[in-house]
Design a protein around this ligand. Structure first.
Ligand code: ZN
Length: 670
């Protein structure tokens, strides 16, 4: 049923300006929406055509009035939850600047002195006046809600890192009692000794966004306090330069709606759907509790239907619900108008079929956190990271990429986006985003880490809790041979050859580890290509705090896909979590699990994506939830699966999982 108040999910549609500006296009849009009424719970009208910020108010005022007409017409046609998606508050990027009206405000200035053509500094009184006036006009169009799009960030506005304009420098200098020019401030931010300066600069980014959002809320609610507000966000995997301070930004906007986002635009790299679900999940997990409407950014830009298959789109939705979102914001029908809207029918048609399925999933998992291995990240990573001589704070640096351990999902290990997961994953230098007490707390539990993270811990005086230290870095000519430790099962003596001279994350990654404590277990050694021993590279250690720590020195985040390595990593994950890893898939198949579970392990969901091109004929899924009943939920039915008891849980068998489809298991009573 359309707009069913009892529905636990919201399917929302974002509509480009050119789909409703002319009466003829609007009639066609209405026909499209009416055709798919059962999956149209909400409609958001974009207020502009380009990502360029500036539309003069004398042009925007009649446009806002037109939007008001369309809002009323949509309501008259029987649709509810009609709002406005303000695409540009400060501008996204330089786009169509040749003929758009140039900014009459201070443009954004990058750390390199580049000046944006389409994005304004958020801190000038002139821009703030414009933003207030624009949002007041938007609010007068009688929307039920207003979205603030994800241009509210201080990075990537066609200038990489902003804003170093005179106004922003003056604000900073006043706060710091300093006299920085752009050049001297950038030099300070790149000075290893100037951590205080970096934290203060990131703090200014947070406050800039907070103040701007506060002004938006005031402007909207001065017209109508009943208008709901929502903030669209980008993920921490892109950058934490802007501060990722959801605890301050959402209250500033008084927002109860969120739309976590991330880039995933085509079928070219289909595993991107999992990466994006983790990225939006991290954002969901960081929301304050006042946000109750959390819509996934389903983004098909630039809206050519063969670019991303409908099956992929449906998988994205299922995965979004799996990580705890409760809505989908479809941006899927294009911005340019004038085409045949029937091109986009397949998405709402298929969504209509899957809607009951998604509702069952979301209802059953309501309020439950994800569980599994938590890849650690911090909103203050960039602010708090260390800098070594010669390093550039602004440069892309893989060691600070919080997404590297997503590869663990490819071998079937469940990853959590909530920090309450079963154990922690520390990759690269991400540990620098945490204070020493937090790191020690992590080390009192289960931790899987690489040898680069170990070096960060050594700087904090915590390496004794790992049992090892790095003594030598090799960068060529070695592979890894598993030992006969019980954690390697029957795969002792097997070789993993990542050819670290070749490419990607494995390049030059071969650190020798030496035990510093008693009781360190050796899980793998390095050998050269003539099978001569080159040192130990993977260890397991239970420390004095009771924490179980596994350190990986050899190509930790690439080429983990062999049967032997996968089995070892499963055993390691079970060991560090003391058997609490929520799910283990027995067969070596390309099933990616996302798991939500209650603390008592009596309720939960397991969503499994077949992320390979082979039919999975059979998969045995061990679920570490004792005595729990398991139902398989498909688009057409929900049926209980036979299960048998295993230590600490139950096991079920799935059969015939087609490539790039999902299987949804509901745990506990329905
Ligand atoms: Zn500025």
């Amino acid at each position: 049923m359309k707009n069913d108040k009892a529905s636990p999910i919201k399917l929302a549609w974002r509509i480009g300006y050119l789909w409703y500006e002319s009466p003829a296009e609007f009639r066609r849009l209405l026909t499209f929406l009416e055709r798919h009424r059962g999956v149209v719970d909400e409609v958001a009208l974009f207020e502009t055509i380009t990502h360029h910020l500036y539309v003069p108010l004398e042009i925007f005022a009649p446009r806002a009035a037109l939007i008001g007409n369309r809002v009323r017409a949509l309501k008259k046609a029987g649709f509810s939850n009609i709002g406005i998606n303000v695409l540009t508050t400060i501008g996204h990027m330089d786009e169509a600047w040749d003929y758009n009206v140039p900014l009459p405000f201070q443009p954004m200035v990058g750390h390199d002195g580049k000046t944006s053509k389409g994005c304004a500094c958020p801190n000038t009184p002139e821009l703030r006046r414009y933003v207030r006036a624009k949002y007041e006009l938007v609010a007068r169009a009688s929307p039920d809600f207003i979205w603030v799009d994800d241009d509210i960030r201080m990075h990537q506005h066609s200038v990489a890192y902003a804003c170093f304009c005179p106004r922003c420098l003056a604000i900073f200098n006043q706060a710091m009692s300093s006299h920085y020019s752009r050049e001297s401030l950038v030099a300070a931010l790149n000075d290893p000794a100037q951590g205080t300066c970096r934290r203060a600069w990131a703090g200014q980014n947070i406050a800039t966004i907070e103040n701007l959002l506060s002004e938006v809320a005031k402007a909207v609610h001065s017209v109508n306090p009943g208008i709901t507000t929502g903030l669209m966000t980008a993920g921490p995997g892109w950058s934490t330069y802007s501060g990722q301070a959801f605890d301050r930004w959402f209250p500033a906007l008084q927002a109860t709606k969120a739309r976590p986002g991330g880039g995933f635009y085509s079928d070219e790299h289909p595993f991107g759907a999992i990466n994006k679900s983790l990225e939006v999940g991290r954002q969901r997990a960081a929301l304050p509790p006042s946000v109750t409407d959390c819509q996934y950014e389903l983004e098909n830009f630039p809206y050519q239907s063969l670019l991303k298959s409908t099956a992929t789109v449906m998988n994205e939705c299922t995965l979004a619900f799996a990580v705890g979102l409760n809505g989908i914001a479809f941006n899927a029908i294009g911005m340019s108008g004038g085409g045949d809207l029937a091109e986009f029918d397949a998405i709402p048609q298929r969504a209509a079929v899957l809607r009951p399925h998604w509702e069952r999933l979301v209802k059953h998992a309501a309020g439950l956190p994800t569980t599994g291995l938590w890849p650690a990240w911090s909103p203050s990573l960039m602010a708090c990271r260390s800098l070594r001589p010669g390093e550039d704070w602004f440069a892309a640096d893989q060691r600070y990429d919080i997404s590297r351990s997503s590869i663990l999902a490819q071998i079937g290990l469940p990853l959590a986006v909530d920090r309450s997961g079963s154990a922690t994953v520390l990759a690269g230098h991400v540990a620098e985003g945490f204070d020493t007490a937090e790191l020690q707390e992590m080390l009192a539990g289960g931790v899987l880490m690489d040898s680069t993270a170990l070096q960060v811990l050594a700087q904090r005086g915590l390496d004794h809790l790992t049992g090892v230290r790095v003594t030598r870095r090799l960068d060529n000519g070695v592979w890894e041979r598993l030992t006969r430790d019980p954690l390697n099962g029957r795969h002792g003596a097997e070789v993993r050859d990542a050819r670290i001279e070749f490419w990607g994350d494995a390049s030059g990654a071969a650190d020798e580890l030496v035990p510093t404590e008693k009781g360190v277990r050796i899980l793998a050694n390095m050998e050269n290509y003539e099978s001569k021993h080159q040192g130990r590279c993977m260890t397991a250690y239970q420390n004095a705090l009771g924490g179980r720590v596994v350190v990986m020195g050899y190509a930790p985040w690439m080429f983990l896909h062999s049967i032997a390595k996968r089995r070892q990593m499963q055993n390691v994950a079970d060991w560090i979590t003391r058997g609490k890893l929520p799910v283990r898939i027995v067969e070596t198949v390309s099933l990616v699990p996302l798991v939500r579970m209650s603390a008592a392990r009596d309720r939960g969901v397991v969503v499994l994506l077949n992320a390979g091109l082979d039919l999975i004929e059979r998969a045995t899924v061990q679920i570490r939830a004792p005595n729990v009943s398991v139902h398989l939920c498909t688009a057409g039915s929900t049926r209980r699966l036979p299960s048998h008891t295993i230590r600490g849980g139950v096991a079920i068998r799935l059969e015939g999982i087609a490539p790039w489809t999902t299987a949804v298991l509901l745990l506990g009573g329905l």
